[in-house]
Design a protein around this ligand. Structure first.
Ligand SMILES: NC(=O)c1ccc[n+]([C@@H]2O[C@H](COP(=O)([O-])OP(=O)(O)OC[C@H]3O[C@@H](n4cnc5c(N)ncnc54)[C@H](O)[C@@H]3O)[C@@H](O)[C@H]2O)c1
Length: 331
């Protein structure tokens, strides 16, 4: 097999972008799409020259001739859909987060064994985030005591009204922290390769008429004693650059995503490492990485189990925000 036939499940916002990006990944063929909204599935299929359409995911798993499924559906569907795909012997590329809750994530990892399930936390393949993470992992920055993450993004009520699952904890699991902030929190905990030990958090919902938080401030203490602080926001008046700052004993790494992804190392001469996949966009590299995992068994940067630490961090911040107390993670 030198091409991976992929089924896209959920033909909404991110699926459209992934479908465009897949044209830049030669080892991927989009052969099938599926959405409960038939009109959406049909227009998606037409736009992306996909020949087979389903409106029922179980039917797709039974009948479609594909090598893997890409799940781009609301968070509350991730657990069941991954389990069904694994049961049908299909590898899965699921959109972040792995599951809506940490408990679902833990149960899933227990259940899937060695099945290939990858998560699209594509910032691990972003050139700047990757270089920052490798500088931490290789020890080039020395012991890292502090990481500061700022995500000052902008959303409108239309964002929630257009895809109403984003509004509720039951369907989304939370707001800006799990949906947007977890991308960059994932980069930090992955870079450190340490479990979260405790969390303190504060969440609030200015501006929008929704249940989930639109602004979250949190602090994670890791097992190695590093403090990660994160501000994840949908309430900036205009979207500003994302920054990650990692402060080590030998040097500092300063990442920003705009005007293009970049990292600057200060205080130490550090060789910048490039992501292991080629491509102009992190999502392109992430999809390419997943395909090479399936086709050639090449290591993929984001297997499902490696994303449990970020779910643990997110869960800890939410638990603390509810109780007003520092939340200690069970070991
Ligand atoms: N990686 C990224 O940068 C990125 C960006 C945006 C969203 N996402 C993630 O992608 C996922 C989807 O988000 P979105 O913004 O595209 O949502 P969306 O609401 O735009 O699209 C979801 C689609 O799933 C369909 N759907 C719902 N139930 C279904 C079912 N049972 N079977 C088949 N289709 C079903 C809906 O009809 C809809 O078309 C989420 O996990 C989200 O966090 C990732």
């Amino acid at each position: 097999m030198n091409k991976m036939r992929l089924a896209i499940v959920g033909c909404g916002d991110i699926a459209g972008f992934t479908a465009w990006v897949s044209r830049l990944v030669p080892q991927v063929t989009l052969s099938v799409c599926c959405d409960v909204n038939e009109e959406r599935a049909k227009s998606f299929a037409k736009r992306h020259r996909i020949s087979q359409i389903f409106t029922d995911y179980s039917e797709l798993l039974n009948k479609a001739n594909v090598d893997a499924v890409y799940l781009a559906v609301p968070h509350h569907l991730h657990y069941e859909m991954i389990m069904s795909a694994v049961g049908a012997g299909k590898p899965v590329f699921v959109e972040k987060p792995l599951t809506r809750t940490l408990s679902e994530g833990k149960k899933l990892i227990q259940a899937i064994g060695n099945a290939k399930v990858g998560v699209n936390y594509q910032y691990r393949y972003d050139s700047g985030c990757y270089a920052l993470a490798r500088a931490v992992q290789s020890g080039a920055l020395g012991k890292v005591h502090s990481i500061r993450i700022n995500i000052p993004w902008h959303r409108t009520q239309k964002y929630f009204d257009g895809a109403s699952w984003h509004k509720t904890i039951a369907q989304a699991g939370g707001g800006t922290l799990i949906t947007q902030g977890s991308h960059f929190l994932d980069v930090a905990v992955w870079a450190l390769n340490e479990q979260p030990l405790s969390a303190t958090g504060y969440t609030t919902t200015p501006l929008f008429n929704v249940e989930v938080e639109a602004l979250a401030h949190g602090i994670i203490e890791t097992q190695g004693g590093t403090l990660i602080s994160v501000v994840s926001s949908m309430v900036a008046a205009t979207e500003q650059k994302v920054t990650i700052e990692a402060y080590g004993e030998k040097g500092t790494a300063l990442y920003q995503d705009l005007p293009w992804p970049s990292v600057k190392f200060v205080g130490a001469k550090i060789q910048k490492e490039h992501p292991p996949e080629r491509g102009v966009h992190a999502l392109q590299r992430s999809l390419s990485g997943f395909a090479n995992w399936i086709l050639k068994d090449k290591p993929f940067l984001t297997p499902a189990a490696s994303t449990l630490p970020v779910l643990t961090a997110v869960d800890g911040i939410y638990q603390s925000a509810v109780t007003g107390l520092r939340f200690k993670v069970e070991s």
